[in-house]
Write a new protein. Structure first.
Length: 354
């Protein structure tokens, strides 16, 4: 079935009020935070396409509610589709994580309650919480057609676990959300909050005082490359040290047979992009640059002092089955790049578990 640009927004989350009263908001973001506006705009472009990848209709309303020179990025429909594909993979992994918790709950394999925590770092103006909440309510995520036409089996027998979702970003970004009257998800067993936090600071995670053993997913879309290598390693070490499998996870027995219940997913770039970033209008127009670029994806596994972290999934941006959804021109470009090792690994979407 062909994708459609039909508006599938759930009724529980209205569009920003500023879009309806024609009051335009100036974002007033500078530097790296300003890059989030380009990502938002590309999702709006994708949503208006004849065959959208992510179909984030909220993005269209949010773009319409702001007074900003969107044209300065020179963003094409093709590049917008690529960024929407990135969002699709991370959305999918997040939805699958929550569904897996439902299965564990049904089978009695739960600890510290039946809930899950989702930390969305560098959330920007991303409506991912709305998309995932909608997926949990409807059983179908956006334009994800992996199981189209298949029997859902006993999925209806599963009870959604309580989801505690926290969108996290810098204070200036959260202030913009407030001025936009940013839409918030509401649903059964779905608790949502926003926090103004700089994740480069040392004690941000401890200050949240979250359960250390509850199943947790950490999403970091468009974040890692803006960190320094030292900040990147510090963030990975902080996450893997804080969230543990159980109170006794540091025991020799737990180390020998670790129970991996936490996950993180993010996008990253290879070191080749260091030489290419001067030609990226998103970076040049905002005065930003990439610092932490990854060559060996397994290197991160060594940073977990408990030895539990492992790479669970790695998708190369130009070498996966769904490049066909990008249109024939970008599909052909991806096919060519997939045969060149350095270009094949230029952009990656990864999922780790521990």
């Amino acid at each position: 079935m062909a994708a459609s640009n039909q508006d599938h927004r759930p009724s529980h989350a209205p569009a920003p009020s500023s879009a309806t009263n024609n009051k335009k908001i100036r974002p007033n973001l500078q530097g790296t935070p300003e890059t989030l506006l380009s990502i938002l705009y590309m999702r709006a472009i994708d949503a208006k396409a004849a065959r959208p990848i992510l179909n984030d209709r909220y993005a269209v309303d949010i773009v319409d509610s702001m007074d900003y020179n969107w044209a300065k990025f020179g963003l094409s429909a093709g590049r917008s589709a690529v960024f929407a594909m990135r969002g699709r993979f991370l959305d999918r992994w997040t939805a699958d994580f929550v569904k897996a918790a439902s299965v564990a709950q049904r089978d009695g394999d739960v600890e510290d309650g039946d809930g899950v925590t989702v930390l969305h770092l560098a959330a920007g103006l991303d409506t991912r919480a709305l998309r995932i909440c909608d997926a949990l309510l409807t059983g179908q995520h956006g334009n994800d057609r992996r199981n189209e036409g298949q029997d859902r089996g006993d999925a209806s027998e599963l009870t959604q676990p309580a989801v505690h979702w926290i969108d996290i970003d810098l204070p200036e970004v959260m202030d913009l959300r407030r001025r936009l009257d940013f839409p918030r998800p509401t649903g059964p067993r779905f608790r949502y909050e926003e926090r103004a936090i700089d994740v480069a600071e040392a004690k941000w995670l401890a200050d949240l005082a979250l359960s250390r053993t509850k199943r947790t997913m950490v999403i970091m879309e468009g974040l890692t490359m803006y960190l320094t290598p030292e900040q990147g390693r510090g963030l990975i070490e902080q996450l893997t040290s804080y969230f543990v499998s159980s109170a006794s996870s540091s025991s020799p027995a737990a180390a020998a047979a670790p129970q991996r219940k936490h996950q993180m997913c993010f996008d990253c770039m290879s070191p080749l992009y260091m030489a290419m970033q001067r030609f990226d209008p998103i970076l040049t127009q905002t005065g930003s640059n990439f610092s932490w670029l990854l060559d060996d994806l397994h290197e991160l596994e060594e940073w977990d002092e408990h030895g539990r972290l492992r790479l669970a999934d790695a998708v190369f941006g130009c070498d996966h089955a769904e490049t066909r959804d990008l249109g024939w021109k970008f599909w052909l470009l991806c096919w060519v790049c997939s045969w060149i090792p350095a270009l094949r690994r230029l952009v990656m979407y990864v999922r780790y578990e521990w």
